[in-house]
Design a protein around this ligand. Sequence first.
Ligand SMILES: [Zn+2]
Length: 296
Amino acid sequence: MPLLGANVSVAGGMHLAIERGEALGCTAIQIFVKNPNQWRQKHLTDDRVEAFRVARAKSSIEAVVAHASYLINLAARDRSTLERSRRALVGELIRCNRLGVDALIFHPGAHMGRGEAAGLERIADSMNRVLAAFVEREGRRGRRVETQLLLENTAGAGTVLGYRFGQLAEIYRRLEQPRRVGLCLDTCHAFAAGYPIHRPRGLGRVLRRIESALGPAEPSCVHLNDSLRPFGSRRDRHANIGQGEIGEPLFRRLIRHPRLRRTPKVLETPLGPDGQGHRNDLARLRELAGNRSSPP
Ligand SMILES: [Zn+2]
């Protein structure tokens, strides 16, 4: 069974995300462990953690990943934003680890005019501090560290870094705990950044780039998004599967790729006016996978 699903809402309680995922027939889901547009992290009670863990254990959801706040910038110029970003990411990692979330995905950061080299160095330095604090704090509480941190490739708008796999490799080779870090491949971002992932051999090439950037490694997660904007535009606008500039053939290759069989693949596509965007995209993906049996 491929690990396939979508980003689902946690509105009304984290454990409801599991129900929503199951209602869509997901085997993998992505959630936010806090409001992604705010710095504030409301206290996560033990009861809520337990409710989430119980719901997950009873469900057919095999993989749970989380996406970090959009405000976090590990390359921030300004000292207070930088400190705030580091603290926020440590906080989210701890929440994920308590909830049993497999991986936390984040966008590497934007250099804000300081230049690429300085930005990449600052991101790696921040990640080293974040991971050290995370491991130390969880260790003090006697909790095993299970949540992995995943760098996501970006579309490269403005001064955003991580749109070339070479940049991700630069960050990766500076890490003190590289085992705790993996990569999330976003198809829309790779396409917008100018990787011809939509062409017949494009996916294989991108997977080889990832392998050379991270050592012998597969992506730990894939974001399945078509792109509203054209190839190489460096604009990040997601489209429903087969309705954007990438087109269905990439998604057929991805969903059938033997090396990615056990990699969680989640949609971040528009829900649309009727709210059925993910349901329709999942149905299309199951068809592309050659599995027409309908989900609940
Ligand atoms: Zn993404």
